[in-house]
Ligand binder design. Sequence first.
Ligand SMILES: [Zn+2]
Length: 262
Amino acid sequence: MSSQRIQKMIAPAFLAVLLSAGAAQAAGFNLVSLDQEWSMRNDLHAQVQQQYRLVNDRASLQYINQVGRRIAAQTPLGNRPWDFFIIDDPSVNAFNLPGGLVYVNRGLIAEADSLDQLAGVLAHEIGHGAARHGTQLMTRSYGYNLLAGLLLGRDAGQGQRLLAQLVGTGVLTRYSREAEFEADRTGVEYAYRAGYNPHGAADFFKQLLQTRQRRPTKVEQFFSTHPLTEQRIQRVESAAARYGTRGTRDTRDFQRFRSRLN
Ligand SMILES: [Zn+2]
């Protein structure tokens, strides 16, 4: 028996031991390959469509995809397809799912005063996606055996149930504080490289803190997945300070986009 074959045979057992030893807790540990991650996107999106009402306005979707893809193109995964969707919900929220999927509530777009602010939030979600935080969480929550079954399509029904559960419970968007900081930091860089003002995210976060005092329920969802502390905002600001301030060219297009949705 060649050593290669032996290696293949012991690999799953070795991984199972690794997982049980808690190695999967290590940040960045990911059993899902990039191709596997992108092959999940249609099933994940189908689950979102079942659980949320999406905006179908073609011009609005074209606009948000144009902004989002310009930012995603700055990431190491910029050669993969990325898609951006608007959820028909007046509360403020946004989230990312594996395979380059980003969802933004209509209410978040209404809350953003400028294209730079929207770009800042999109860039943060893209930061999660490019760092593959979603599939890292899947690896940590489900381990090798379940993931292997799911990804190899051994049991399609089980795979669908698992994805439905992942989307429904929001487990894929409950990132660690470290993951949030990483998405903040890389998001600022991606937004800047795409031509947006790198202070957009910090400006938006500050605005949300003020909105929370007037209308707490409106921003509740966002705060539950993105704890916004003064310290966090300061870190986003100092990350942005490393780049120059720049303005945005097409604010009128943004205002038109925003008013069409609200
Ligand atoms: Zn986040």
